[in-house]
Design a protein. Structure first.
Length: 100
């Protein structure tokens, strides 16, 4: 099954695992907000008043920080995905930031 987002919506999958370097697994209630996730798919952009589409700043494979409370959780084929509007993304994590 495939999720194809519409307008300025994104499909995101949480990145990483739920354990600390010590091996302790964090329950959902102990996780900090915002969450980090990988963008799997993006919509074509929201429609402008002139009929054109506004391009999205976020693209597939981007790693983003987002607020779990503003996203909608969807479960397909035993996997959890998060649907959100592009405006729900707080930041994009660049490769330079990950290596630092």
């Amino acid at each position: 099954m495939e999720l194809r987002p519409l307008a300025d919506h994104l499909v995101v999958q949480l990145a990483g695992d739920d354990s600390l370097p010590s091996g302790i697994v964090l329950p959902d209630t102990a996780k900090d907000n915002p969450q980090r996730g990988r963008v799997l798919a993006v919509g074509p952009g929201r429609r402008l008043s002139n009929g054109a589409r506004a391009p999205l700043e976020v693209g597939p494979e981007d790693v983003v920080l987002f607020d779990l409370e503003s996203a909608k959780k969807v479960r397909l084929d035993n996997h959890d995905y998060w649907l959100m509007e592009e405006s729900d993304v707080l930041a994009v994590i660049t490769p330079a930031m990950v290596q630092a």
